[in-house]
Design a protein around this ligand. Structure first.
Ligand code: GNR
Ligand code: NI
Length: 171
């Protein structure tokens, strides 16, 4: 397994639309395992392939307290979303140190393939619901800061560019 590099906003590659996985083979299983290692190392609750510059519809998540319940979603599709919406604070491994509130469907149902290529359905509420909607957005090339005002987004963009420059300088 290997840890993968996570793209940082405002990297334009984060706006790439991912294509469906044609077959769940060894290459995809290796990608899934590397994404899980990367997500756990970064202490994230989810990771989309887009964030590691692979533009195929693959998501990993683990919203358990004990960090021992990995969920793999290949070619995920939202098949139902509640009318009820909920406002909750979000963060993103591609936009470190930034947290802000985003409105999402309170509950969603997703259909996907698992690591073995088996179709399954998952109903999500709470953090898992927020997370799966956030990850599916990544696959569509959308980062959560795009739900914020243009003013906030511009401030975040400036802050991220400054932070990257400082990290470059300080090694
Ligand atoms: O680790 C993460 N935490 C999080 C918190 C609230 C809402 C969404 C998330 S997802 C994020 C990891 C990430 O960037 N996934 O794309
Ligand atoms: Ni994210």
């Amino acid at each position: 397994m290997a840890r993968l590099n996570i793209l940082r906003y405002p990297d334009p590659r984060l706006h790439t639309v991912a294509r469906p996985v044609a077959s769940v083979d060894e290459r995809i299983r290796r990608l899934v395992d590397d994404m899980l290692e990367t997500m756990y190392a970064a202490e994230g609750v989810g990771l989309a392939a887009t964030q590691v510059d692979v533009h195929e519809r693959v998501i990993v998540m683990d919203t358990s307290e004990t960090r021992d319940n990995p969920i793999v979603l290949i070619n995920p599709e939202l098949i139902w979303q509640s009318e009820e919406m909920r406002l909750a604070e979000e963060g993103c491994l591609s936009v470190p140190t930034i947290y802000d509130k985003v409105e999402r469907h309170a509950s969603v149902k997703v259909q996907a393939l698992d690591r073995e290529g088996q179709r399954f359905e998952m109903q999500a509420e709470g953090l898992a619901s927020v997370c799966v909607q956030h990850e599916i957005d990544h696959l569509r090339g959308k980062v959560f800061v795009e739900y914020l005002s243009a003013l906030k987004r511009d401030r975040i963009r400036t802050k991220m560019i400054k932070k990257a420059r400082e990290e470059q300088r300080d090694g």
